[in-house]
Design a protein around this ligand. Sequence first.
Ligand code: GLU
Length: 286
Amino acid sequence: MIVTRFAPSPTGFLHLGHAFAALTAFDTATNAGGRFLLRIEDIDRARSRPDYEDAIKSDLAWLGIRWEEPVRRQSEHFADYELALKKLGAQGLLYPCFCTRKEIADEIARAASAPHGPEGALYPGLCRTLSLAEREQRVREGAPYALRLDVAKARALHSSLFFEERGRGPDGETGRQAARPELLGDIVLARKEMPASYHLAVVLDDALQGVNLVTRGQDLFAATHVQRLLQALLGLKPPAYAHHRLILDSSGKKFSKRDKAATLHDWRQSGRSPSELRAMLEFDGH
Ligand code: GLU
């Protein structure tokens, strides 16, 4: 039985791109006689707001979407994420990174061949090679740090990983995909102000909730590669993926939370119906 989900962050109103994602996941579950889950991804405590969560639920209900209760809220599960981090730490796969954003940008500008991925320059690895003594000293001095995954080291433990794409990646990828976890570089898994990152929380939650089909936009296709590696490291059963096309604004860009006019809230206020929205999104249930 298909178990899929829609996993928004309550940091703004849902926009038309979210509506498409939610309808795609909901219809996929409903058409297959499967289960549809809603998960609130609110690990970013500074930007998440309960009124946005309420608005998300109200917009989804207006769209005709029904979900199972209770809704999993990530902020209530930091202990799960901490345990997973400990597991990765015990395997020697994490390192503290003391770099500021500016230090990273300067190093990228300086290095002639800074590594790049599909989303731009990757972390150039400044802290990867610090000695244990240097790390300990900086921690003792109280320097704030993030924990990064040493992808090369982790990859050496799981050199051959695959995931199943039932939708389409941005370049038409479909079917069995060889995972390339290095695409996003040494990703951050935790920070002082955010003890679990998106990648860590999403992988754990999908497994803990028994999600076997991750439905989401093609903008997260590159993330799937490193998420597959995290599943292997944590001994989690990998779900299949259905990445769907993105809904673009009139200038051909992805909708963002800054596009106030493109919110579902505004759409509702203007008196238009859910079926008009489906037609506008050229929604065919796939
Ligand atoms: N919370 C993520 C977002 O709002 C989506 C996570 C996912 O579908 O994997 O972009």
